[in-house]
Design a protein around this ligand. Structure first.
Ligand SMILES: Cc1cc2nc3c(=O)[nH]c(=O)nc-3n(C[C@H](O)[C@H](O)[C@H](O)COP(=O)(O)OP(=O)(O)OC[C@H]3O[C@@H](n4cnc5c(N)ncnc54)[C@H](O)[C@@H]3O)c2cc1C
Length: 391
């Protein structure tokens, strides 16, 4: 039975403008991002110029207000754009998601003046952002972070080390969570640090399993001075700001995961129509057809779940539990679908001649970043039965 290739993704979009944005993204992804993705990932090359192009196309600040240079789009549209970018290359999709996360503090908690001063450049595509929460000794337990911020009049001095920072060393601005007060979550404040601030330096890039084109590095703060007008929100409000950004950011990771899963599914469908064994296409074997059906069902279910969470957010409803469910389900699904795609391609799936081994390596990181999937389960369970009681 001849295969016609994978059917196009069915998208529910609220407006004609949204449809235009999705078409624009698909075109850009197909022409400018996907063709070089495999080679550039292997070479560990960060595509800075692609982010400039995405910014110039108006796709770098989609969920933020138009009056500050954003796209004024609902989250359900922004996330579907992200999915398309991630399907072409995760380094790009995740990069846009991280940039959006880094812009969240100023956009949501910044004063009117701060928004007017910083957002147009952040959202216009000229600047690329990074988000600095994790540290070498505080990952899941982020509220125990140690980077210090000490006030001297109108200036803060920041000292410490941030770990695992996506765009570390290449970003133009860093949204930084640092301890300005006592122990625990209430002693943390948020700061907007320029990439060229004296005393700020990047460690060597981490040598990762995948996403080699996306620089991940420690960031060292050695007496970095920022003026008080770069403190975002109230003193001590930093952790609440970080968590609010992560709720939205997790949806970005979920959408990226479905992008990777869709790409893996498409590759598997395409291959199964071509490859022949025992005198017929392997697409004829029921065991493989059932695998494919499960993969496609996971992709559609994941897309529906992240869109449900996004629509709750767009409606101003509580969406934190749904964001955690979407992050958990979509990233676990991406891992499963990408692993199955490798299996469906047999030995060829295990080589760099086909993209599915890359998708499998990329899917893994999505189960770890922005709250591991164990942490997502904790969040979901807290919504169901309340916080854990410690002795
Ligand atoms: C490629 C990459 C990019 C990243 N980018 C960024 C970034 O831009 N900015 C940033 O701030 N951070 C970033 N991170 C950091 C990421 O968010 C952390 O790695 C993640 O939060 C986990 O922290 P950890 O690595 O210290 O693991 P740990 O917190 O040490 O966890 C180790 C294991 O214990 C489990 N665990 C921990 N606590 C519990 C618990 N209470 N119950 C059950 N299980 C638990 C975890 O799930 C995990 O399996 C990035 C990480 C990677 C790998």
């Amino acid at each position: 039975m001849p295969q016609q290739g994978p059917p196009p993704v069915v998208r529910q979009l609220p407006t004609d403008e949204a449809r235009f944005l999705l078409d624009l993204t698909r075109d850009l992804a197909r022409r400018e991002i996907a063709p070089a993705a495999g080679d550039e990932e292997e070479a560990g090359r960060f595509p800075r110029e692609t982010f400039a192009l995405i910014g110039a196309s108006g796709l770098l600040g989609l969920p933020y207000p138009e009056e500050y240079g954003g796209g004024g789009q609902p989250y359900e549209v922004y996330l579907q754009v992200l999915e398309e970018l991630a399907a072409a290359r995760l380094t790009v999709g995740l990069g846009v998601s991280v940039h959006t996360l880094a812009s969240h503090a100023v956009a949501t908690f910044g004063s009117k003046q701060q928004r007017a001063d910083h957002l147009p450049a952040m959202l216009g595509g000229d600047l690329l952002g990074a988000y600095c929460l994790s540290e070498p000794t505080s990952g899941s337990d982020a509220a125990s972070l140690r980077t210090k911020a000490v006030r001297h009049g109108d200036t803060w001095t920041i000292d410490g080390t941030k770990a695992w920072i996506t765009h570390g060393g290449v970003a133009d601005f860093y949204t930084v969570l640092a301890r300005s007060g006592g122990e625990g979550a209430h002693g943390i404040s948020a700061y907007l640090v320029p990439g060229d601030a004296p005393g700020l330096s990047a460690g060597p890039p981490e040598r990762k399993m995948g996403m080699k084109g996306s620089p991940t590095a420690q960031m060292h703060f050695d007496g970095v001075e920022v003026s008080d007008d770069r403190r975002i929100g109230e003193e001590g409000q930093g952790f609440a700001i970080a968590l609010a950004a992560l709720d939205a950011g997790r949806l970005g990771i979920a959408a990226c995961a479905i992008g990777v899963a869709q790409a893996a599914l498409d590759a598997a469908v395409g291959y199964m129509g071509q490859r022949r064994q025992f005198g017929r296409p392997i697409a004829d074997f029921q065991g493989l057809r059932f695998m494919l059906a499960d993969m496609a069902s996971r992709v559609e279910a994941g897309r529906a779940l992240y869109l449900t969470a996004a629509r709750l957010r767009d409606a101003g409803e509580e969406f934190s539990a749904h964001a955690a469910m979407a992050k958990l389900f979509c990233t676990d699904s991406a891992m499963q679908v990408a692993t199955d795609a490798v299996q469906l391609l047999g030995g060829y799936g295990y080589t760099a001649d086909f993209p599915v081994e890359r998708y499998m390596r990329e899917a893994k990181v999505l189960q770890i970043v922005e709250g591991t999937n164990q942490i997502q389960r904790l969040v979901i369970a807290r919504h169901l039965v309340g916080p854990e009681i410690h002795d």
